[in-house]
Design a protein around this ligand. Sequence first.
Ligand SMILES: [Zn+2]
Length: 178
Amino acid sequence: MFCPFCNDNDSKVIDSRDSGDTIRRRRECLMCGLRFTTYEKVQTRALLVIKRDGRREDFNREKLWASLRSACAKRPLPIGSIEKVIVEIETALANTGRAEIGSRLIGEFVMDKLKGLDRVAYMRFASVYRDFRDIESFKEEAEALLDPEDPVEESSQLSFLEDEVPINGKRRKAKKRA
Ligand SMILES: [Zn+2]
C-alpha cells in the first residue's frame, strides 16, 4: 500500500475491519507518520459502474488494468507504477462512499493520476476515453500540456499525436445483446 501523502510503500495496519465484502484498514505510514484508510480488494466487486448509456456493470479491476497498460505501453515508467495508480484509484473510489459511480468520474480519476505520471500515457488514455468532438479540442488539450521549457518532450508528444490520434474521433459502440 502506497502512502497517499509521501508515496512510501511501508505502512503498518493500526485497525482492520471486515464488513462483508470490504476490508477497511486504517494504516499509518512508516515514513511520514500520516494515517490513511484503505478499502481492500473485495470492495471493488461491490462497486457498480454507471455507464454512459445508463446501464450498470460491476467495477472491473482487470479492465482498468488493461486500459492503463495500453495507455502506458512502452513508456519509461518505474516498475509498479500502474499497480500504484490502480490502488490509488480504488482507494479514491472507495473513499467516495458510493455504491454506484459514473464511468466518467472514474475516467477523471484515471486521467488525474496519469497526468502526473506520464503525459503521453495521459493523452493516450484521454484520446480513448474522452469524447473529443473534433480534432481541434484534442489539440487544445495537447497544447495545454506541452511544456515550453521541455522541447524534447514536445517533439515526441507531437509525433505521438500525428501517429495515433484517431481522425474521426468516433467510438466503437458496445454490442448489445438481443
Ligand atoms: Zn507517508
